[in-house]
Design a protein around this ligand. Structure first.
Ligand SMILES: [Zn+2]
Ligand SMILES: [Zn+2]
Length: 222
């Protein structure tokens, strides 16, 4: 049970932190939430947020054509093995502006020690069974189900389109149990700057609901 709960916490928080906030600047919030949501992605072994944002930029820019670094249409299941990826055209301006944000710069420079240190700490302090169920399994399932099976096999193949877009992106009902609102991938490619992926009322997006709540902290804190 705890594995499933933490799996969905990862699905929602990584979508909010790495994807919508960091990569697309799709909403404003208090800086605390930047540290919080992107930090959870770092703990879940998502790697440098700056590099992630850069290859996600290219995913949208080239959308399943040459130059898209994580298109399953071009490179199959290997498309998410991007550990060493750094774009040739390094888009210095974009990287510089991401590195100006303290949370992104800090996590970029320290993502591996933070993830490793937290893993070791949890291994020491948690009972072994809890360490497996609450840390190892949810993170492993997240990378496997959400970012391999969901993204690779479903979001480009098994679904319907609300919009004509340049790539092969589809909305996938089958991917919803794995990815929640990120299953509405065609909606996201049409409107990448929107904080929610909902277009039709039944295309629910729990991460978008959380974003709505978190955006209020921006207004309250000026
Ligand atoms: Zn996409
Ligand atoms: Zn995106």
């Amino acid at each position: 049970m705890i594995t499933i709960v933490i799996y969905y916490v990862l699905v929602v928080t990584v979508s909010i932190g790495y994807h919508r906030l960091l990569s697309h600047s799709a909403f404003e919030c208090h800086p605390f939430w930047r540290w919080f949501f992107v930090g959870i992605g770092v703990l879940a072994w998502m790697g440098s947020p700056v590099r992630w944002a850069r290859f996600h930029d290219d995913h949208h820019r080239y959308a399943d054509r040459d130059g898209d670094p994580h298109s399953p249409v071009l490179s199959g299941w290997r498309c998410m093995l991007l550990k060493g990826y750094w774009p040739k055209d390094s888009q210095e301006k974009r990287v510089r502006s991401l590195m100006k944000v303290p949370a992104y710069r800090f996590y970029h420079n320290h993502s591996v020690p933070i993830a490793t240190g937290t893993g070791l700490l949890l291994f020491v302090v948690l009972p072994f069974e809890l360490f497996i169920n609450a840390y190892v399994l949810p993170i492993a399932l997240f990378h496997l189900l959400a970012y391999r099976i969901g993204f690779v096999f479903l979001l480009h193949k098994q679904g319907y389109r609300n919009f004509e877009t340049p790539g092969h992106d589809v909305n996938s009902v089958l991917a919803f149990p794995l990815l929640l609102g990120d299953a509405w991938h065609n909606n996201h490619h049409k409107y990448p700057l929107r904080p929610s992926t909902t277009v039709k009322s039944w295309e629910v997006d729990p991460a978008g609901w959380v974003v709505k709540l978190v955006s209020r902290t921006h207004q309250h804190n000026g």
